[in-house]
Design a protein around this ligand. Sequence first.
Ligand SMILES: [Zn+2]
Length: 487
Amino acid sequence: MDPLAAGIGLGAGRSGRRASRVLAALAVGLAATCLLVERAWAAAPRPDAMPRRMLDEAAAEAAGIRKLAGKHLTLYTDLPPSPDLDEYPAVFDLAFAQWCGYFGQSARQLAAWHVTGFLMRDRQRFEKTRLLPDDLPPFPHGYTRGNEFWLVDQPSAYYRRHLFLHEGTHAFGFSVLGSCGPPWYMEGVAELLATHRWQNGRLELGYLPARRDEVPMWGRVKIVRDAYEAHRAKTLQAILEYDAEAHRENEPYGWCWAAAIFLDRHPRYQKRFRQMVKYIRQPDFTAQFYRLLGRDWNDLAEEWQVFVAELDYGVDVARTAIDFTPGRALPEAGAKITVAADRGWQNSGVRLEAGTAYPLRASGRFQVADQPQPWPCEPNGVSIRYYRGRPLGILLAAVRPDEPTSPSALISPQTVGLGTTLVPKRSGTLFLRINDSNGELADNAGTLVVAVRASAQGDEPDPGDESHRTKATPSSTGAIAASRRGS
Ligand SMILES: [Zn+2]
C-alpha cells in the first residue's frame, strides 16, 4: 500500500465515513502532486559531482566587486565596506557549525567545505563579469545552485543577513546533503534556520523573534496572520503539497516558516520532523513524513489550525502544545479543574454531553504579566488591557467534539470569566485557557480553579451570568429546551 495513503487512512478511521471519503480523495490528489514535485528536486547533483567555476577575479575587481574571504565562504560584493557586511564571512562560519549540528553532520569531516556567494547591488556588474551566469532562472531576491549562491541587496540589515543565511542553508543542503528536499521542507527549514539573532558576536539560528522590531522586513508572522484574517489560512496538508512554482510568491515563505517552527518546536513532533533529514534524497520524502505521523495526522492537522489562529511573535510552541486525549464522563458531583495561567489550551479531562447545561464557576488569583511589576488577575481578566477583543487574562472555554470538526472548536472559544453556563451542541471534551498571547505566556504565573457540574432542573440562573441573559433571547430558546431535556 502507498505509505502516503496509509498515513492518511489511519488518521481518517477516527473521523467517520464522510471524512474518510474526503481524505481518500485528497490522498489521491496529494500522491500525484508529490510525485511531480519530488521528481523535480530529487535530481539534484551529488556533492562530489559539483564542479567549481573558474572566476575572473581581475575582471571582477576592475568592475568594483570586492572579495571577502572566510573559512567556509568566499563572498563577492559590490557593496561598500561596512561593519555589518564585513562580518558576513564570520557569520557564515558560525552558521556552518549550526547547520552541521542541525543536520547531523560532522564539522570535522566537512572542514574543507567551501561555497561562493555573490551579494549584488548592481546586477549588471555581475552579469558582465560572468559572476552571475546567464543560465540561471530569473530570481527576485536569492538563488542557490550547488555550491554557489546569489543575493540581491535588501533594504534592511536584518533581512539581508536573513536572505544570506537562507541561501547558505540551501547551499549546505545541495552540496553536503545532496538535496534540500521538497519545497515545503526546503523553504521551511531554510526559513527556520535563517530567522536569527546576531548580537555581540553570537549567532543564533532558528531564533523565534519576540517582537517585530527585532526582524525588520522579515514579516513571516504578518503573512500568516493577514492570510488568516482574510480567510485564506493554509491547511498543513496544503503546505506539504506546495509545488516547485509556489515560491515565486512571497506568501508561501511565511507558511513554510510557520509549519517548520511548529513542527520543529512541538514536543510530540520535533523528533519526527528532525529525523526527516535522513530521507532528504528520497523521492518519497513527504510520504515518509506522513508514514512517521501515522495516526497522529488528524490531531496534528487540527492543532496546526489552532496554532495559526493564535500565532504571534514569540509564540511558545511547547507551552501551547495541546493534549487531545478524549475526556471522561463528568462525575455526578461535578469536577474541579485547575488551569495554569502560563499555558495555552488545557485539556480538562472531562467530557460534556450535548444539550446538557453545565454551569462553570471560576475562582483564583494569578499573574498575567510581570512588567513593570507583577499584574494580578482574576478569571474575569483585567479591563485595562485587551487581547484580541477580550480582556487580558479572562477565562475561555471550548468543547472539542468527540468527532472533531474543521475548523477546530478551539478556534472559536466561549468567554467564561467568573462564570457561565455551557450547553455543548456536540458531546466532547472541555478545554480551558486564559486569554493571552501565545507569545506572552512565560511571564504569567499561578492557577485558577474551575468548578463544573451538570445543572439540575430548577437551577436558579446566576444574576452575573452572561449566558443566562443571552439565553432569554428568542434565537437561543432551542438551547434552553435542549438543556432541560438533557438534565
Ligand atoms: Zn529558498
